[in-house]
Design a protein around this ligand. Structure first.
Ligand code: FES
Ligand code: FES
Length: 213
């Protein structure tokens, strides 16, 4: 429902005691209810009602992260991003928005880029997770990391791990064929420093080197 629907309905509500129902009436009514003292019976009932808690649903996760077998008990509600950052101390993937909108948390699962903030850790059981920490696979730097340095493709660096993981996947997907295509396929990764010109140049450069490799 959009705001205009809500607004229209509010205008159509019947007048109360000759007065229109306004948002202020509603808020005042709510406040009065909130401040109204509880009857003695209500207090007794409240004391007997156990506090509502949501039990943590645990499970055993077995997966591979950066080539290493990982096995640990997790909360089934945990995101992959929280698992990486808070349980495995892999803080390269960043929590920019936690809503799948910025790309700062991008990692690879079975070679595909994903937003780890939107992925349940439980979903990566038996799969291969690759983060920025494992990207160079023992080499000093991956060609994409070196290209980001060579082309000044970062300023604060907060978005950079996600940009690089997305860029590597983009090249592997065969989408580094033109500047426009790179821009389109990197559009899920936001850089609030605006380092986009350098990012596109770095991807073109690294794509050539990755192809040569
Ligand atoms: S933190 Fe995952 S997309 Fe922003
Ligand atoms: S380099 Fe600062 S947000 Fe991208």
């Amino acid at each position: 429902m959009d705001i205009s629907d809500e607004s229209t309905k509010a205008q159509q509500r019947p007048a109360r005691a000759g007065l229109p129902v306004t948002r202020r009436d509603t808020l005042q009514g709510s406040a009065a209810l909130a401040l109204m003292p509880l009857a003695a019976g209500d207090v007794a009932n409240a004391a007997q009602t156990p506090a509502r808690t949501v039990p943590a649903a645990g499970l055993r996760l077995r997966t591979t992260v950066n080539g290493q077998a990982v096995e640990l008990d997790i909360d089934a509600r945990s995101s992959l991003l929280d698992l990486l950052r808070e349980r495995l101390a892999l803080t390269g993937a960043k929590k920019g928005c936690d809503h799948g909108q910025c790309g700062a948390c991008t990692v690879h699962v079975d070679g595909k880029r994903i937003a780890s903030c939107l992925t349940l850790a439980a979903k990566v059981g038996g799969r291969e997770v690759l983060t920025i920490e494992g990207l160079s696979n023992g080499a000093p730097l991956h060609p994409m990391q070196q290209a980001f340095i060579d082309h000044d493709a970062l300023q604060c660096g907060y978005c950079t791990p996600g940009q690089i993981m997305a860029a590597v996947a983009l090249v592997q997907e065969g989408n580094a064929t033109s500047k426009d295509r790179i821009r389109e396929y990197m559009s899920g990764n936001i850089c609030r420093c605006g380092a986009y010109v350098g990012i596109v140049a770095a991807i073109e450069d690294a794509a050539a080197k990755m192809g040569a490799a």
